[in-house]
Design a protein around this ligand. Structure first.
Ligand SMILES: [Zn+2]
Length: 374
């Protein structure tokens, strides 16, 4: 019974979601953080419509009210309300949370499996589940590295990705610049193709004259064949060049476009999607991830790093709260929740950055076959 002896009624929308939450956790393959995100995507939110905090979810999963019990002043009664969760499921959730049950395959399911290195001895940290939370620990003998909690890692990574993310104004400018570059290349391409076409006409004229010479007996059959082969080879080269101009440059432009698209939605993707996407993103955005005490060292991969570098170079203001950079590595404190971002890059700087991207798209080839359905 609720207040005033009134029976608590089921919230028809939330009840099935809460049941789902218990069932998902009871599979033993979903950590609390992943669960919170997943439930958010299914429609279970806090009162503000945001993702339910891990600590709140932790409490909810322990609340026996959902299996039909009511606690009043420290005493427990069987409630008259309809239970949302089966006792068996509820018990399994408690067992998993306390680490009593380790299901098969669970070991391999940690979000940052093999992704975080120990900052001291450089071996991979190994995930473990304790009281509903996932921790990563260095298993090297005598290493003094302490454990690091998964949700702290995720939060810090989000901070880091915010650094790498472009501002809306920058995206707008980049798109405009790409249009200009596309137009430039289109006119360059037209010029090149025109000159190739002229050369081809020229070659064909030479070929016709060669035939005349043979007919007039001015040259031998042997010379004719030799010259003809030379001219045909030239034609082949021209054809190849033509294909190159049309195909290769298009690939480069598309690659850069895809890259910009990815950067544009980086944070959105991380915030919205599940953990498998997160590790895909990590593979693309970072080259190394290491933990040391209360700090996470995030090495940013090319070409994300170059943008970041430009940003940090032009920003030397009072940035004591800002993450340090060492080589390609951002060092974040796990307790720092609100790092300061540098101001946006100017259009001129963005052009330099785009030119860099276009000059060497080898860095971007990994995006060609990466399955990003952003
Ligand atoms: Zn270690």
């Amino acid at each position: 019974m609720g207040e005033g002896g009134k029976m608590k009624e089921l919230d028809l929308i939330k009840a099935p979601l809460i049941r789902k939450m218990f069932e998902l956790y009871a599979t033993g393959t979903t950590g609390l953080e992943e669960l919170a995100l997943k439930m958010h995507s299914l429609g279970l939110t806090n009162t503000k419509g945001n993702v339910i905090r891990v600590s709140v979810m932790h409490k909810m999963l322990q609340n026996p009210f959902y299996k039909g019990l009511i606690r009043v002043k420290g005493k427990t009664y069987i409630g008259k309300h309809i239970p949302i969760v089966a006792s068996k499921t509820f018990q399994k959730v408690q067992d998993i949370m306390k680490g009593k049950i380790v299901l098969k395959g669970l070991k391999n399911n940690f979000q940052y499996r093999k992704a975080i290195k120990c900052g001291l001895c450089h071996y991979s940290l190994i995930g473990e589940r304790q009281k509903g939370h996932v921790y990563y620990r260095c298993h090297t003998k005598h290493c003094i590295m302490k454990t690091i909690r998964e949700d702290a890692v995720s939060r810090t990574l989000l901070n880091a990705f915010e650094y790498v993310e472009f501002y809306p104004q920058e995206i707008k400018n980049l798109s405009e610049l790409m249009l200009e570059i596309r137009e430039d290349w289109a006119s360059q391409k037209a010029d090149l193709l025109k000159s190739i076409s002229l050369q081809r006409n020229n070659t064909q004229t030479r070929l016709a004259r060669l035939t005349d010479l043979l007919v007039e007996d001015t040259i031998t059959k042997e010379t004719y064949n030799q010259k003809k082969e030379e001219i045909l080879s030239e034609l082949l080269l021209m054809k190849e060049r033509e294909d190159e101009i049309t195909a290769q440059k298009e690939t480069i432009l598309t690659r850069v476009d895809n890259f910009l698209e990815l950067v544009k939605r980086l944070i959105e993707t991380v915030k919205k999607t599940n953990t498998t996407k997160m590790s895909d993103l990590l593979k693309i955005v970072t080259s190394n991830l290491a933990a040391n005490g209360k700090e996470l060292m995030i090495s940013i991969a090319s070409p994300f790093f170059e943008a970041l570098q430009m940003r940090l170079l032009q920003y030397s203001g009072e940035n004591r709260k800002m993450a340090r950079t060492e080589n390609r590595t951002l060092v974040f404190s796990l307790t720092d929740t609100n790092p300061i971002k540098a101001p946006p890059l100017t259009k001129k700087e963005l052009r330099t950055y785009l030119e860099y991207l276009l000059s060497d798209t080898q860095n971007l080839t990994q995006l060609d076959d990466e399955e990003f359905s952003l």
